[in-house]
Design a protein around this ligand. Structure first.
Ligand SMILES: Cc1cc2nc3c(=O)[nH]c(=O)nc-3n(C[C@H](O)[C@H](O)[C@H](O)COP(=O)(O)OP(=O)(O)OC[C@H]3O[C@@H](n4cnc5c(N)ncnc54)[C@H](O)[C@@H]3O)c2cc1C
Length: 435
């Protein structure tokens, strides 16, 4: 009996797995993709902003039929204390371009669409199938996977680990460690449904235009974390996430934070009258460059969240996932087309290609940022937001106090809270981490 052998098995049908499977299948490789969920997207959580450029590189005409919610014309950055927000809003008509740059999406719908493209490209997609273990030969080379279905090993020349942040398969095989609590955030999210015209009116939008808010401050109670609000066609995605180590240290409850965020005087009116239909919780890898594990080995590569490829500073994850998946697929296809075996040496091509991409360059740029924000989280997420609010209020409130006294009061408040040395040292460390 001959054993069926695939060129590649992709574990996971999220952003990275779909990008890898599509890339390889459309280059003629024999691809099997395994997804433990009932359907692709059923297990996946995202805000969700889709960065068009990275999908366009994979599927140039995706706008013709992908389930896109709104294209983003406005981004609001808010620093919040308990009663206020100080904001920077960027809105531009340039974003009403023929091929918009960013969209909101709903992952359950989007992943199903992406999976249809993967199947159309020729890959076999098996849902409700969990890869339970990697199969190794006597030399430690990955030769396939075991699954929770009946039957033995499913054989492949290469396995793409696209199994998301927990990455149990790679961890069990000893290829990576479980992410440390200080390198992973836990985010909770709700979907608030509202009529399309109400969302348009509340956010000053027309047609398919969208607006997003990213918020930091006392909403995370001194923990390193962020809140977000994204407009979809007929719903608003609202969520908040903080580092797991901070949740453990403070014993704060994620849903209590979300409740408080929803009740904040700046957020409450935006959600008024909405109906909550879904909620979800998920981890986000936030360890940055230093948390990236070994990316390839004998018969395997790891992509997306499973490789901790997430840019917490810029709130980007799905685009790093898609790009790493695509590059892994291209590298495997190249090794195959050269008639070479999928050894560690040959698969190192994936890392070499990824190193040249924005994925690794961006993560390397902010390599000290996660640690800085974590160790200074109380200052960055509690003290400074409160000081900023005081300063802004002091600036706009007209009460007969001479301006010179107002300026002195603002300076004194900052120095009292952090001391001159503390302020200079925070500024220098932030600048160094940002450079
Ligand atoms: C609340 C939240 C908001 C976010 N917002 C944004 C955003 O707005 N923009 C953005 O770009 N990124 C965002 N991200 C990050 C983004 O969601 C991830 O970076 C992206 O989903 C990673 O894709 P992936 O394919 O690597 O992993 P996933 O999308 O997690 O996919 C992994 C897949 O593997 C499957 N799987 C796991 N183990 C197995 C197994 N053993 N066998 C079979 N199948 C398996 C899972 O079921 C899943 O379908 C957000 C994340 C969260 C949690």
């Amino acid at each position: 009996m001959t054993v069926e052998k695939f060129d590649a098995i992709v574990v996971g049908a999220g952003m990275s797995g779909n990008a890898a499977a599509y890339t390889m299948a459309s280059r003629g490789l024999k691809v099997l993709q395994l997804e433990r969920g009932e359907y692709p997207g059923s297990k996946n959580v995202q805000g969700a902003i889709l960065y068009a450029n990275m999908l366009e590189t994979i599927i140039p005409d995706f706008r013709d039929d992908a389930p896109l919610e709104r294209h983003l014309v406005e981004q609001r950055f808010w620093v919040m204390d308990d009663t206020s927000h100080t904001g920077m809003h960027y809105r531009s008509d340039d974003f009403n371009e023929p091929a918009p740059n960013r969209y909101t999406i709903i992952r359950a719908q989007f992943d199903k669409w992406f999976s249809r493209k993967v199947r159309a490209a020729g890959a076999i997609v098996l849902c409700e199938t969990t890869a339970t273990e990697l199969a190794l030969d006597g030399d430690g080379k990955v030769i396939g996977v075991h699954t929770d279905r009946e039957g033995g090993i499913i054989h492949a020349e290469a396995v793409v680990l696209a199994e998301g942040v927990n990455g149990l398969l790679g961890t069990r095989a000893g290829f990576r460690k479980l992410p440390k609590p200080e390198a992973v955030a836990l985010a909770v999210k709700e979907m608030h449904f509202l009529p399309e015209e109400v969302i348009a009116e509340r956010f000053g939008l027309s047609g398919n235009q969208g607006c997003v808010i990213e918020a930091a401050g006392t909403i995370s109670r001194g923990m390193a974390g962020l809140g977000f609000l994204y407009t979809n066609k007929e719903s608003i995605s609202l969520g908040i996430g903080c580092l797991v180590s901070d949740f453990a240290a403070t014993m704060e409850r994620p849903y209590a934070l979300l409740e408080a965020f929803k009740g904040h005087p700046s957020i409450r009116p935006l959600l008024a009258g909405s109906e909550i239909k879904e909620y979800a919780a998920h981890l986000i890898p936030e360890g940055g460059f230093k948390a990236i594990p070994q990316l390839f080995g004998n018969g395997w590569v790891v992509v997306g969240d499973a490789a901790q490829l997430n840019n917490a500073v810029h709130r980007e994850g799905s685009n790093l996932a898609m790009t790493s998946g695509r590059i892994a697929g291209e590298a495997i296809a190249m090794v195959k087309s050269r008639g070479r075996p999928m050894t560690s040496e040959n698969l190192s091509l994936y890392k070499a290609m990824l190193d040249k991409s924005f994925v690794v360059k961006d993560l390397r740029k902010y390599k000290d940022m996660p640690a800085l924000i974590h160790t200074n989280s109380r200052n960055f997420f509690m003290t400074y937001p409160q000081l900023l609010s005081q300063a802004a209020q002091n600036f706009v409130r007209v009460d007969g106090t001479p301006k010179i006294e107002k300026e002195r009061a603002t300076t004194a408040a900052f120095v009292k809270a952090r001391s001159r040395w503390g302020l200079v040292s925070d500024a220098v460390r932030l600048a160094l981490a940002w450079r």
